[in-house]
Ligand binder design. Structure first.
Ligand code: L34
Length: 289
């Protein structure tokens, strides 16, 4: 039977609606307006689209946003100086430096410079560590979005065989770690596959829940999954024919119980969870529970 679609575009709307109400309440009760600074260095077209969506969503929700576009020629020192200014700016509660950065800038140095209290991406080592310990302040937006998709579409992760394809710091590592925690929306048996995995299909065929963040179209074909699998496709590949994920959607959907589309799956959830983290940051910095 063909799969049901897990519509991130719909579920993210619901989350944004909840956040909009919370933002309005924070304004009314505490005169608090959450603020997000987004920094884009260079001219990457996809990054422009994503940052644009982030800024637009802030506006929709009543979150203050400052968008900072810097030329490709920006030095690391200049970027670090800007981050320091934003770390000390009280109306900014969250700082997001869109990745990837131009090659001459050291990503690690930049991510370490963001005050962990304002690190709404959850990329600072303090926040990575807290996540791993099961006590997160900020959960990285894409894995957080994936977990919310699973919870809100009623997928039971408890005791499930989860296979994650991809080991990036942004998606693979954090989602694997989150799903193995002894918590609601987690408590799964997790396998992580990557480019060093000898027999990828051996692992993916065993998955009850398959999360694919490999960055390559058709990484997963129909022969590689079992009947009734739940598939979360994190890929965003721009081909001449349009945007596709990492999963051979048309074929895999015939075997899956549920599957996320691309576009309209994980992508919009990433944006929604960034808004969630920004509201959390504002509350944390203002001592509001
Ligand atoms: N710092 N850098 C930082 N934080 C992040 O969380 C990101 N990421 C990834 C790239 N760099 C980052 C994003 O925001 C990927 N990403 C992202 C955000 C949104 C969408 C996709 C990736 C998204 O909205 N995708 C739409 C399609 C948009 C289009 O037409 O291109 C979708 O429906 O999938």
């Amino acid at each position: 039977m063909p799969a049901t679609l897990i519509k991130g575009s719909e579920i993210s709307k619901q989350i944004k609606e909840e956040l909009k109400q919370e933002v309005s309440l924070l304004k009314e009760k505490y005169n608090l307006v959450p603020g997000l600074a987004t920094i884009l260095v260079g001219e990457d077209e996809a990054s422009k689209v994503y940052v644009g969506q982030k800024e637009k969503t802030c506006k929709e929700l009543g979150i203050y946003s400052e968008r900072i576009n810097l030329p490709n020629s920006t030095t690391e020192a200049e970027l670090l100086l800007l981050i320091e200014r934003l770390n000390n700016e009280s109306k900014i509660h969250g700082i997001l430096v869109q990745l990837p950065l131009p090659k001459h800038i050291n990503e690690t140095n930049v991510l370490y410079a963001i005050d962990p209290k304002k690190d709404v991406d959850g990329f600072h080592p303090v926040n990575v560590g807290k996540l791993m310990l099961g006590e997160p302040d900020f959960i990285p937006c894409t894995p957080h979005g994936i977990q919310e998709l699973l919870i809100r579409s009623g997928v039971d992760t408890n005791g499930a065989e989860v296979v994650v394809v991809g080991r990036s710091n942004i998606v693979g590592k954090p989602i694997a770690n989150m799903l193995l925690q002894k918590k609601k929306g987690a408590n799964a048996t997790v396998t992580i596959c990557h480019t060093g995995t000898k027999d990828l299909a051996f692992h993916t065929k065993r998955a009850d829940i398959l999360i694919v963040a490999a960055g390559r179209p058709k990484t997963i074909t129909a022969e590689m999954v079992k009947e009734g699998v739940v598939v979360i496709d994190v890929g965003v590949n721009r081909l001449e024919t349009g945007l596709v994920g990492d999963v051979d959607f048309e074929a895999v959907k015939e075997k899956a119980k549920a599957i996320t589309p691309v576009p309209g799956g994980v992508g919009p959830m990433t944006i929604a969870m960034l808004m969630y983290n920004t509201v959390q940051a504002a509350k944390m910095q203002s001592g509001i529970k």
